[in-house]
Design a binder for this molecule. Structure first.
Ligand code: PEP
Ligand code: MG
Length: 591
């Protein structure tokens, strides 16, 4: 039966493929693909883990046979029997092996995937006794996972996929071997997303998340169709179901009928054609009809993204979110050398174009590790995030600053500081930069000159701009957080996503005033939040006087097309009108 679910459209395009459901179990396991030759080793890891638990249970059983009925009630013995029986359950074992062999999932992922399949079967059972066995199954899987812990493998991209069952849709798509995969999860941390960055997924769907949640941002940076905030999707979809992700409309269609499938197949081809057309603009300078030059820069998460930035014709990197180097490392932060090498790779990758490296911005919806304490804070977005986190750990911060300064010896580097609001933070930050330079001098180590910039992403910063203009070489407006903090809307919370409004007059006034003040002082200003890559807002930002936009490489050509069609002499008075309007969205539509 075809089911449609509406969520938030966060990354454009259409993906059609088989669902890969990442278990929403509380068990925090790594998800990665193995190479075909690693299958026997993975099955062996699983067998070792399972055997360890069987031994553990037998030992437990033996020890309680010597106890009296008081210490070891009959129910406990019976429970251990049930657990031993479940551990040897044919469906569990063959199912898990199937996910490893057919899908090349790592053992932990295969185990939690099969757990999910079995739990659903238990849920559907009439008999309450069997329904209750679900908890037992969860417990034994958790035991096996615990037994296997510490046996991590690197994340690698599968080279081949096989073993999928054929269906009507397979035949319709005419592609029975290499069917695209669509990842469906209750939630994905930004670090998870990064793991999937080099993977094979053609689309992403999560139950939770807002339009500018970091998970959505990474999906967009990968240029893969994605829908977040799809609420119940991970409960409704089953492993291997056919699924369509419409990243433009924010719609997910599970088990589509052949007619719907054909319709979306057509839409997908149209979008690919449109992309092909846009790619011709790659080398065209971004200049408006009235001759205003516009700088289109790229937002990147990893040094390797420099390649896609260049391919999209970016004139530099306007935002390198360095925190992605720090995530998912089980607390082992990258040292100076590792960071230096990463920044240097990005700088060299951009072949002489400027690279704006933002100091680490972890916290809130970007925890260092999934499930670590940051997420448990009452108001993580208002907590120890970004520069606050850096200033709380000077040794870590100085390490990063030295690595950035050293990378600046290899090309143009701009150093950008996130989430500043207080004069004291500005002074401390500048003091740390001076200290990092002094240490490098003492060591006799080479470093380069950097321009130092601040992000304007807290309303307090936008309202005290003079202070920032006095101390920094350039400013970059982080509209994602500026909207979040101006409107008091958690950017990651889908339940208030309808209130997250870039066109709220208060947001527009802060953005416009920042641009105007920077221009009047001759200071460089750009927008690096998601507003910069939204083609629906390009003209408005141009009309406000913005001439530097930083966005995901995938958005650059579409924004360039808007720039090429724009006439800023006409857009400036129009933008003033929009700014004065009670309902700017309506005023824009009336144009
Ligand atoms: C922003 O807040 O607009 C921004 C670019 O930073 P981030 O999305 O990483 O918080
Ligand atoms: Mg921000």
């Amino acid at each position: 039966m075809t089911i449609s679910i509406h969520g938030l459209a966060v990354s454009r395009g259409v993906a059609i493929g088989r669902a890969v459901l990442v278990a929403s179990s509380p068990m925090d396991v790594a998800h990665y693909f193995i190479q075909p030759h690693e299958v026997p080793e993975e099955i062996e890891r699983l067998r070792t883990g399972r055997n360890a638990v069987i031994d553990e249970l037998y030992r437990l059983q033996e020890s309680i046979t010597h106890m009296g009925p008081k210490e070891a009630p009959h129910e406990l013995c019976a429970l251990l029997d049930v657990h031993l029986m479940l551990l040897q359950d044919v469906e569990l074992i063959s199912g898990v092996k199937g996910w490893i062999v057919d899908r090349l999932y790592n053992a932990e992922w295969a185990l939690t995937t099969q757990l999910e399949v079995i739990c659903r079967q238990f849920d559907e059972m009439e008999d309450a006794y069997f329904r209750e066995r679900k908890a037992d199954m969860e417990q034994i899987v958790e035991r096996v996972l615990r037994a296997m812990r510490g046996v991590a493998s690197p994340i690698v991209v599968p080279t081949a996929r096989s073993g999928r069952r054929q269906s009507q849709q397979d035949l319709l798509l005419g592609d029975t071997v290499d069917v695209p995969l669509v990842l469906v999860a209750q939630d994905l941390s930004p670090a998870d997303m990064l793991h999937f960055k080099q993977s094979v997924f053609a689309g992403f769907v999560t139950d939770v998340g807002g339009k500018t949640s970091h998970t959505a941002i990474v999906a967009r940076s990968m240029d893969i169709p994605a829908v977040v905030g799809a609420r119940t999707c991970s409960q409704l979809v089953r492993q291997d179901d056919w699924i369509i992700v419409d990243g433009d409309a924010g719609v997910v269609i599970i088990d589509p009928s052949p007619i719907i499938l054909a319709e979306y197949g057509f839409k997908k081809r149209q979008l690919e054609l449109e992309r092909g057309r846009l790619s011709r603009l790659r080398h065209t300078p971004a200049v408006t009809l009235d001759g205003e030059k516009v700088q289109l820069l790229a937002n990147i998460e990893m040094p390797e993204d420099a390649q896609s930035a260049l391919q999209a014709g970016a004139l530099g990197v306007g935002l390198f979110r360095s925190e992605f180097l720090f995530m998912g490392r089980r607390g082992q932060l990258p040292d100076e050398e590792e960071q230096f090498q990463a920044y240097k790779r990005a700088v060299e990758g951009m072949q002489g174009l400027p690279v704006t490296i933002r100091t680490v911005d972890v916290g809130a919806d970007k925890p260092l590790d999934h499930g670590t304490h940051e997420a448990a804070h009452l108001n993580p977005a208002l907590g120890l995030r970004a520069i606050r986190w850096s200033l709380a750990d000077p040794a870590m911060f100085l390490t990063q600053l030295r690595a950035i300064l050293r990378a600046a010896a290899f090309g143009q580097v701009h150093l950008l500081v996130p989430m500043l609001a207080h004069a004291s933070e500005i002074h401390q930050t500048l003091g740390h930069i001076a200290q990092a330079r002094a240490t490098l001098d003492k060591r006799g180590q080479a470093y380069g000159a950097v321009q130092i910039g601040a992000m304007i992403e807290i309303p307090a910063a936008a309202l005290t701009l003079k202070l920032f203009l006095k101390h920094f070489d350039f400013l970059s407006i982080g509209t994602n957080d500026l909207i979040q903090y101006t409107l008091a809307i958690d950017r990651a919370d889908e339940s208030v996503a309808h209130l997250y409004d870039p066109l709220h007059p208060a947001v527009l006034q802060l953005v416009a005033a920042t641009i105007a003040e920077c221009r009047s002082q001759g200071k460089g200003v750009s927008v690096c939040g998601e507003m910069a890559g939204d083609v629906g807002l390009t003209r408005l930002l141009l009309g406000m006087g913005l001439r530097s936009f930083s966005m995901h490489p995938a958005q650059i050509l579409a924004v360039k097309q808007e720039v090429l069609r724009a006439d800023t002499t006409r857009l400036a008075p129009w933008a003033q009108g929009v700014l004065q309007a009670e309902n700017p969205a309506l005023a824009m539509a009336a144009r």
